[in-house]
Design a protein around this ligand. Sequence first.
Ligand code: PGA
Length: 253
Amino acid sequence: MRKHIVAGNWKMNNTFEEADELISNIVDALEEKELDRNTQVIICPPFPYLEMATDYSKDSYFLVGAQDVSTEDKGAYTGEVSAAMLKSIELEYCIVGHSERRQYHNESNAMVAKKVDQLLKNEIRPIVCCGERLEEREADKQFEVVKQQIEEGLFHLTAEQFKELVIAYEPVWAIGTGKTATPEQAQEIHAFIRNLIAEKYGKEVAEEISILYGGSCKPSNAKEIFSKTDVDGGLIGGACLKAEDFIAIAFSF
Ligand code: PGA
């Protein structure tokens, strides 16, 4: 059975005190009710809170991820954070290629490929985002766009490396808009992605990869979306900022 994953992408939210409170509420909620063993909760706070989060995670049932990583090893890259640094504080995951990085920081598929390589070299599992913009969906180009993102960002990997990935399909028009893809729309693209992987790496690899849905996922719609065959969980933005909502989503399988 593929792993179910619910990952919280905090984006640029919360002060240190708020971060501390949110994580400690998540710890409490996970203590209260036992999560299914096949479900993995991951939180991805901003860089300054990663170490606090990894400290908390040692006594709880969640893992910690970063939201981005540098394409480079080390050196004169002001403001950047390397994969080796993330590894040195024992991070297990890192989001790569989020649409906000692509949009506001001109992150290309080639950069996504380099970041994925950096993470794999440091034994951190990449959560790789893909997804079409509204105008691309309206022009019925969603399959083409997602295919190109996956091929250019990931298909240089070996099958062994590919197995370390988590993929998140996030239609840009659904992120932070309150507009969710229908469970059928999500399933359609998830199956398409799994099929692309199967064609390149074989069915066995494709069946192992967790593919998450992201875009206005919340407690009221998570169950229906997660019930689809090829949807293995969610990458949660807005709703992960309230421990109660985030944990409710983790219990939606
Ligand atoms: P959202 O964000 O849940 O607020 O739509 C999801 C994401 O960007 O990962």
